[in-house]
Design a protein around this ligand. Structure first.
Ligand code: MLT
Length: 203
């Protein structure tokens, strides 16, 4: 299997959904596990650790500056992560059509990159504090992919126009996109968890 250090927990019901947990910069594979267990109890969990190190902090792809991404690296690593998800489905025997991302910040950005570059690998995802990762030309067709964005109104790293651009990009590709605004900055708050829970449980 394409190697990522990761946590795997099978779903409580065979064939149940799998949450792909994608941490933010400086996080690891354990960070989002308690949150996932709270948001969708009984879901399977696949939680890889990003392989890029930025001054010792794990990430899922390289950036040149805050919010300025190394697009070639991003493309390669999104492909690598998609291969890992598919290999994990085969190895652990879960339903590869039921993988839903739960990503924060850098993790949200690699999640939408996988949706746009490898259609079909993710059924959808919750993108917390998400930016536009890249704009593939031509746009893929990802009708049926469901996305819940939850961003902060006062986030210094993600202007409102960036959130709108991400939502429109995914919608132009055919995704079903819901945007939620929180009275928050880049840090998460209870309202993020509330919208994520409602959205995940209504899948
Ligand atoms: C981060 O904090 O990681 C950035 O805001 C998002 C990114 O680099 O992908």
């Amino acid at each position: 299997m394409t190697e990522f250090v990761h946590v795997f927990q099978p779903p409580s019901t065979a064939g149940g959904p799998i949450l792909l947990l994608l941490h933010g910069t400086g996080g690891n594979e354990h960070d989002l596990v308690p949150l996932a267990e709270m948001l969708l109890p009984g879901a399977g969990i696949l939680s890889p650790r990003g392989k890029v190190l930025e001054r010792g902090m794990p990430r899922f792809f390289r950036r040149l500056a805050e919010g300025v991404f190394d697009i070639e690296d991003l493309k390669q690593r999104a492909g690598n992560l998609a291969d890992f998800i598919q290999a994990a489905a085969a190895e652990y025997g879960f339903d590869g059509s039921k993988v839903v991302a739960l990503g924060y910040s850098n993790g949200a950005n690699i999640a939408s990159a996988v949706m746009l570059l490898r259609p079909g690998v993710l059924a959808g995802g919750v993108l917390l504090r998400a930016m536009v990762p890249l704009e593939p030309q031509p746009l893929p067709a990802i009708a049926g992919t469901r996305v819940c964005i939850s961003n902060g109104e006062q986030d210094p790293t993600i202007p409102a126009a960036e959130t709108d651009r991400l939502a429109r990009l995914l919608q132009r590709a055919g995704a079903d996109v819901e945007v939620n605004w929180q009275p928050a900055g880049h840090q998460l708050m209870p309202a993020d968890f509330a919208v994520a829970k409602t959205w995940l449980q209504s899948w």
